[in-house]
Design a protein. Structure first.
Length: 659
C-alpha cells in the first residue's frame, strides 16, 4: 500500500478532526508550499470539509511531527559531532601549519647545513647554510653530492663514508675536507642517517653538517706547534718519531742520521744564546737547501742536534747523504752578527743507523743512532760513523748515551736534589756548618749518589750545569732561611766549572743577585783539581776571595805535593782526606800526617776539618791532635736540605736517625 493511500485511509477514519494546511505545516515545521507539493505528489493528501477547507488528519500529523522531532535531535547530535570533529581537524591543521613554519624558520636560519639526498647520495634538499660551505645557493646543488667538492678527490673517502652508513645505518662527526666553489678550504663534520621505505628499501639519506673550519685550523696550528720547531720551522723530534715508527711498522729499509754541530756549546756560552740561535737557523737553512736535491727529510731535535730520515735507503744512500752534509756544513760561514767581518767555519759529527739491521723498534734504532753519533765525536768529530754492534767500545758509548739523555731529563724535570751533612765542632759536638751534596732522584723516588754520576758528568761536560743548579738551589735555600745565617755551607765545584770563564761569570751574576752574605759560602775544590790548572785555580780563588767568599781544599793529602802548593792557595779550611782519618786509630803513618797537617794549618792560620769520622776513638784522637771540625757517620748522615738547620749537638743516635 502506498503512503498516500495509507494516509487517506487514516484520514477517512476521522472526518471530524484535522489540521488546516497552515496548522499542519506549522506542526511539521515545514513551509506550506512543501506540504502542498506533498499533497500533489500523493505523499500526504488532505480532505476537504463541507465548507471546502483542507484538513489533514490530526493523529497522523502529530505522529509525523513526533517522528521528525526525534530525527532532528539525532541529526543535531550527529551535526554537533561533525562540528566538533571539524573544529579539531582545523586546530590540528593549524598546529601543523605553525609547526611547518617553525620548522622552516629553524631549518632555513640554522648555521648548520641540513640536507637530504636520494638513494644515490644526490642532494634533494639543502637549507641556506649550503652557501657558507659550498659557496653556491641550495638550488644549484640539487643533484650533486658532498664528494663532488672534496679537496683531494678520490673514491676512497666516498666509499668509506657509504660503508660506514651501510654497516651502522648512521654516521656521526665524519670529517671531510671540501673545497668551496671559490676554492676555499672547508672542513665539515657530517652526521647522516639512512631513510627506508615500508619495505626496508633505501630511499635516501638525511643529515646535518657543521662547518668546523676554524676549529680544524686551530687544531692544525696546535699540532704544528707540537710537531714543528718554532726557531727553524723544521719538523721536530715528535715528528721524526712518528715517521720512523710508521716506517718500521710498514717494513722495508731506511736510514736515520743524527747530526751535531761541533763545539756549539762554546758559541752558545761565549757569544750568547741569540748568536747560538742564529747559528742554528743558518745550519737549518743549509740542510733544507741540501735536502731539496737529496732523498730524505730534515728534523731539528733540539739544541744543536738535527736529524735526517731517509726511507727506502741503503747503506750507500745514507753514507752519500752524510758526506754531503759534512761538506755543506764545512762550507758554511757563520758571522756572529751582521757587522762582524770575521766569519767562522763549522764542522759536524754524524751518527748513522739503518733499519731493520740496527733496530726493529723505534727505541733501539734511535739509541743506536745516538751511539754512532757519540762514537763520531770520540773519534775526533768532523766525521760520520755508521753504527757497528760489534765495536769494541760499544758498551761504554752506550752508557754515555744513556747518561746524556738521563742528565737532560734530570735537569729538565728538576730532579737534582740537595742533601746536607753536618760539620761539627769536635770539642762541643755542635753542628755549626754543613756540606751540601747533590743527589739525583729517580723516577721511582730512589736516590742516585754522586759516586755513580759525577765522573761521567765530567766526561760529558754536564758537570758545569750540575754545579750551577746546586748553587742556585742553595742560594734560594739561604735566602728563604735567614735563621741559618750563622751556619756556613760547603759546596763543591768542579775543575771544568772554574776553568770556564763564561761559567764563572754566570756564577758571579747569581751570587751578586742573591743577597746572600759571602761568608756563608765555602767553595770546596779537590786538591787534584786545584793543582791540575794552577794558574786558572789561583785566578778564580783570588776573584772570589776579593768578594768575601771562603774556600776549602778538599781531600787534602791525596796528592803528592800537598804541602808544597798549600802556601799558594788562599784557602780557609783544609779537609783531610778521609783515608787518613779512617785509618787513624791503627795506623801510625796516618797519625803522623794528621799531626803535620794540623801544625802547618795552625801556622798558616787555616782551620782543619776531618772527613769520614766514623767512631768516637777517631774523634778523640783528632781532637787531641788539634783538629777543630769533624764530619762523618759518627755525627750524621746527609739528609735533605729543607727548612732551618740550627746548630745542635750531634750524636751517634742522630746519625742513625738520619741514615
Amino acid at each position: 500500500m502506498e503512503a498516500g493511500e495509507l494516509y487517506r485511509e487514516d484520514f477517512m477514519g476521522d472526518k471530524d478532526s484535522g489540521y488546516s494546511i497552515q496548522a499542519a505545516a506549522t506542526r511539521l515545521g515545514i513551509p506550506v508550499w512543501k506540504l502542498r507539493r506533498w499533497d500533489k505528489q500523493g505523499v500526504l493528501v488532505a480532505s476537504r470539509t463541507p465548507g471546502g477547507h483542507r484538513r489533514y488528519p490530526r493523529e497522523l500529523i502529530d505522529r509525523l511531527a513526533t517522528l521528525a522531532a526525534g530525527q532532528d535531535r539525532q541529526q543535531a547530535d550527529e551535526l554537533a559531532t561533525v562540528k566538533r570533529e571539524l573544529k579539531e581537524k582545523r586546530r590540528i591543521v593549524q598546529l601543523l601549519v605553525e609547526s611547518e613554519h617553525r620548522y622552516r624558520d629553524l631549518v632555513e636560519t640554522s648555521h648548520d647545513l641540513i640536507w637530504a639526498t636520494d638513494a644515490f647520495g644526490r642532494f634533494t634538499y639543502l637549507n641556506n647554510a649550503a652557501y657558507e660551505i659550498f659557496g653556491l645557493p641550495p638550488q644549484a646543488l640539487l643533484g650533486r653530492c658532498f664528494f663532488d667538492f672534496e679537496a683531494r678527490p678520490s673514491h676512497i673517502s666516498n666509499r668509506r663514508f657509504l660503508a660506514l652508513l651501510k654497516r651502522h645505518g648512521e654516521v656521526r662527526n665524519y670529517l671531510s675536507h671540501l673545497l668551496s666553489a671559490q676554492g676555499q678550504d672547508r672542513w665539515v663534520g657530517i652526521n647522516a642517517r639512512v631513510s627506508y621505505d615500508e619495505n626496508r628499501q633505501v630511499i635516501g639519506i638525511r643529515g646535518t653538517a657543521r662547518d668546523i673550519t676554524d676549529q680544524q685550523l686551530a687544531a692544525q696550528r696546535i699540532e704544528r706547534l707540537a710537531k714543528f720547531d718554532a726557531l727553524t720551522d723544521l719538523p721536530n723530534r715528535l715528528s721524526l718519531q712518528e715517521e720512523v715508527a710508521a716506517a718500521l711498522e710498514s717494513g722495508g729499509v731506511g736510514a736515520v742520521l743524527f747530526i751535531d754541530i761541533d763545539h756549539f756549546k762554546y758559541v752558545n756560552d761565549n757569544l750568547g744564546h741569540r748568536c747560538g740561535d742564529q747559528l742554528i737557523v743558518g745550519v737549518a737553512g743549509v740542510l733544507k737547501e741540501l735536502m731539496q736535491e737529496l732523498p730524505g727529510q730534515v728534523y731539528r731535535l733540539g739544541g744543536d742536534e738535527f736529524s735526517i730520515f731517509i726511507p727506502e735507503a741503503l747503506r750507500s744512500d745514507a753514507v752519500r747523504v752524510a758526506e754531503q752534509v759534512l761538506e755543506a756544513v764545512r762550507h758554511y760561514r757563520f758571522a756572529p752578527d751582521e757587522q762582524s767581518r770575521k766569519r767562522s767555519s763549522l764542522t759536524a759529527s754524524i751518527g748513522i743507523a739503518l733499519y731493520p739491521f740496527h733496530g726493529t723498534d723505534l727505541s733501539s734504532l734511535l739509541a743506536n743512532v745516538d751511539i754512532a753519533l757519540y762514537q763520531a765525536k770520540d773519534h775526533g768529530r768532523n766525521r760520520y760513523v755508521l753504527f757497528d754492534q760489534y765495536s769494541s767500545n760499544i758498551r761504554s758509548t752506550h752508557k754515555r748515551v744513556h747518561w746524556a739523555k738521563r742528565f737532560h731529563e734530570v735537569l729538565e724535570e728538576d730532579r737534582l736534589v740537595l742533601h746536607a751533612q753536618p760539620v761539627v765542632v769536635l770539642s762541643s759536638k755542635l753542628a755549626v756548618h754543613h756540606e751540601v751534596l747533590a743527589r739525583i732522584r729517580n723516577e721511582d723516588g730512589g736516590l742516585i749518589m754522586p759516586s755513580e754520576f759525577i765522573e761521567i758528568a765530567e766526561t760529558l761536560g754536564v758537570v758545569r750545569d750540575i754545579d750551577l743548579v746546586v748553587i742556585q738551589k742553595l742560594l734560594r735555600f739561604l735566602a728563604d732561611n735567614v735563621s741559618t745565617r750563622d751556619t756556613r755551607y760547603f759546596v763543591n765545584l768542579s775543575r771544568a766549572s772554574i776553568s770556564d770563564e763564561h761559567w764563572v761569570q754566570r756564577l758571579l751574576d747569581l751570587l751578586g743577585g742573591s743577597g746572600v752574605d759571602p761568608e756563608r759560602l765555602v767553595f770546596e775544590l779537590t786538591e787534584t783539581a786545584a793543582m791540575s790548572e794552577l794558574d786558572v785555580t789561583l785566578s778564580f780563588m783570588r776573584r772570589m776571595k776579593d768578594r768575601g767568599y771562603l774556600f776549602a781544599l778538599d781531600d787534602f793529602g791525596a796528592g803528592f805535593s800537598s804541602f808544597y802548593y798549600l802556601k799558594r792557595f788562599p784557602v780557609d779550611y783544609l779537609k783531610i782526606d778521609g783515608g787518613f782519618v779512617r785509618d787513624l786509630p791503627h795506623d801510625e803513618g796516618s797519625r803522623i800526617f794528621v799531626r803535620a797537617v794540623c801544625d802547618v794549618a795552625r801556622g798558616m792560620g787555616r782551620q782543619v776539618v776531618a772527613e769520614w769520622v766514623e767512631d768516637a776513638e777517631a774523634a778523640n784522637l783528632l781532637l787531641d791532635m788539634g783538629v777543630q771540625y769533624g764530619q762523618g757517620a759518627l755525627f750524621g748522615w746527609p739528609s735533605p736540605l729543607v727548612g732551618p738547620s740550627p746548630a745542635s749537638e750531634a750524636s751517634t743516635s742522630d746519625a742513625a736517625g738520619a741514615r
